[in-house]
Write a protein that binds this ligand. Structure first.
Ligand code: ADP
Ligand code: MG
Length: 583
């Protein structure tokens, strides 16, 4: 290992030379209080930035071990430190220093969700921040002096202020880690209590705007109040304040397994509840407002997604007798309709392990959801390929154990199949289960149930390696996420905008690389989709997210990844247009 003085000397030597001279910096350097690793040096000022790591030994960092004593706490603590580094960079780093990415410094910080990320690693021996950095240039020449300011002044400030326990806000750190711990404790209790989700009293569900995921505040923001009939109380490991008291059990609305309808007038907050449940599969930061909105980890948001590809999915339980005798037992298309896409997405999600479906009328295909008595009279069943969801939703629960939470303000036919009906009224939930039952008895729907055969247990689909080629031109692996909605995979572009529980671009990137990892390790022509994604996620848990980068040298900065769920990885695989499966 070299010394920071060697780094200074190298920078003085290459000052004013061509940009490629920066490559000489690669290596590791001992500073008085930490070690700097320069793992990757960019080829030019516009290329993707250089990758460095700042590692502070625990003798200096002095983080109390209790803060990372479990997997959940460690992930929470890492996330907390990432946010601290992010802020410190904004305070101490000058920012742009010339053309391209010159002068930039960044850490991969998340939004409202707390996710496992490669950007920070806390072990018993050290804490390590993984940063990206734009080495400064004028034209194509090295700005050695500027680089020295970045690496020898700004980086040490970050190491000191953001990675040493004595300098961080300790109360906030503790509260952050305990809060995430509480959230996971709630999640761990759901199944045994017969619940699929929990929304705490006083939760703040609405967001500032469609463009901001921060909580709405001010007098118009109404906190959630739980109707007594649906209130449950769950013990948590760390005290919180709720209803003006400090308590170690949280009260809130428990959404039971089975079929739950969320009804209510337009603009009364139905979709806001569902969106909170969608996001509730992840932990949230303490001031999010939804930190105690907790959903089972196996909940899948399903929406209509016309235009998507479908590869040999047995959708016959929902759709059969298509025009021209097109087969739906192994249905493939490059251009799904609203209803076929929704049917396929449900079956794929269940195949991948979903035990709860989340649906919103706003994003569903009407003809997939309902077919009322008058339409049944006009268009006979033999001319209608669709068995609507209302005729399958109970069967999904009773035969397959798959619960559904459905926002439905426009159709009362679902009263007959619901176990629980929650009405949103001026943003407040009201338990109207009994009223809905009475209505269903008094106003019998005249429609006939259209289930023909029962939902077949589908044959496992076995994805084939051939369909997954990440190469492009001379590059063996070209995978990236352009945004949270788009994965570049070789020559393919996977549109994942319909996978609404992908919440972070680094998660999307991780999904892209996860598909490649799956194809190398698990696509052996034997394993079905569920086995593949489960093996993959097990590997990520055992080996860490660093394994996603196929070229990463042991311990080097692997790039920016955040952990995805099995359901999103499977969903992306299913949307890859070159995917081929065998039965
Ligand atoms: P719906 O699906 O019933 O039509 P939405 O959930 O889309 O209604 O909500 C309508 C509007 O009300 C949105 O702008 C949303 O941000 C806002 N809203 C939702 N819940 C609350 C709340 N608890 N307090 C204040 N505003 C809310
Ligand atoms: Mg809505």
């Amino acid at each position: 290992m070299l010394h920071v003085d060697d780094l200074r000397k190298t920078l003085a030597r290459i000052d004013g030379r061509g940009y490629k001279a920066y490559k000489d910096l690669q290596g590791s350097y001992a500073y008085p209080q930490f070690t700097l690793f320069i793992d990757y040096v960019q080829g030019d000022p516009f290329a993707s930035p250089s990758k460095i790591r700042v590692r502070v030994p625990s003798t200096v960092a002095q983080i109390p071990p209790d803060l990372f004593s479990s997997r959940v706490r460690r992930i929470a603590l890492q996330d907390f430190f990432i946010r601290g580094v992010h802020q410190t960079i904004r305070q101490v780093c000058q920012g742009s220093r010339g053309i391209g990415k010159s002068g930039m410094m960044a850490i991969d910080v998340g939004g409202q969700e707390v996710l496992e990320r490669t950007a920070m690693v806390v072990t018993a021996q050290w804490i390590e921040a993984r940063l990206s950095l734009g080495l400064p240039a004028q034209g194509r020449t090295v700005l050695g002096r500027q680089a020295e300011v970045m690496l020898c002044q700004e980086v040490p400030k970050i190491a000191e202020r953001a990675l040493q326990w004595t300098h961080v806000d300790q109360d906030r750190a503790l509260a952050f880690v305990d809060c995430v711990d509480n959230q996971e404790a709630v999640r761990a209790q759901l199944d045994a209590l017969g619940l699929v989700a929990f929304i705490a009293d006083e939760a703040m569900l609405p967001r500032v705007s469609g463009a901001s995921d921060r909580p709405l505040s001010g007098e118009n923001a109404k906190p959630f109040t739980v109707p007594d009939s649906l209130r449950v109380s769950l013990p948590i490991p760390h005290p919180v304040s709720q209803n003006g008291m400090t308590t170690q059990s949280l009260t809130g609305l428990g959404i039971p397994k089975g079929i739950t309808l969320i009804v209510g007038g337009g603009y009364h907050g139905k979709s806001t509840v569902l969106r909170a449940l969608e996001r509730g599969v992840y932990a949230h930061v303490p001031d999010d407002g939804r930190e105690y909105v907790v959903t089972t980890e196996h909940a899948a948001k399903i929406r209509a997604e016309d235009g998507r590809r479908i590869e040999r999915v047995n959708i016959s339980g929902f759709i059969d007798n298509l025009p021209y005798g097109q087969e739906t037992v192994r249905f493939s298309t490059d251009n799904a309709s609203g209803s076929t896409s929704q049917a396929a997405s449900i079956l794929e999600a269940v195949e991948a392990g979903a035990t709860t479906l989340l649906l919103d009328e706003d994003t569903s295909a009407t003809n997939f959801m309902v077919r009322d008595a008058r339409m049944q009279a006009l268009v006979h069943k033999e001319h209608e390929p669709i068995t609507p969801f209302v005729d399958r939703v109970r069967e999904l629960y009773e035969q397959r154990g798959v619960s559904t939470v459905l926002v439905m303000g426009g159709c009362g036919d679902y009263f007959d199949v619901a176990d629980t009906v929650i009405m949103m009224q001026e943003y407040q939930p009201v338990d109207v289960t009994e009223r809905a039952r009475r209505v269903a008895r008094e106003f019998q729907t005249q429609r006939t149930i259209e289930r023909t055969a029962s939902l077949a247990e589908p044959d496992p689909r076995i994805p084939l390696r051939d369909g997954l080629d990440p190469s492009r031109g001379h590059r063996e692996v070209k995978i990236d996420a352009k945004s949270v909605d788009t994965i570049v995979f070789g020559y393919e572009v996977i549109d994942v905008s319909g996978i609404e529980q992908l919440v972070d671009v680094s998660q999307t990137r991780a999904v892209g690389f996860a598909l490649h990892l799956a194809s190398r390790r698990f696509l052996d022509g034997q394993m079905g989709v569920k086995a593949v994604v489960q093996s993959l996620v097990r590997l990520l848990t055992e080996a860490g997210l660093d394994v996603l980068d196929p070229f990463c040298k042991d311990g080097h900065h692997p790039g920016n990844f955040a952990r995805p769920r099995t359901l999103e990885i499977a969903a992306a695989l299913n949307r890859l247009r070159t995917l081929r499966v065998k039965h």
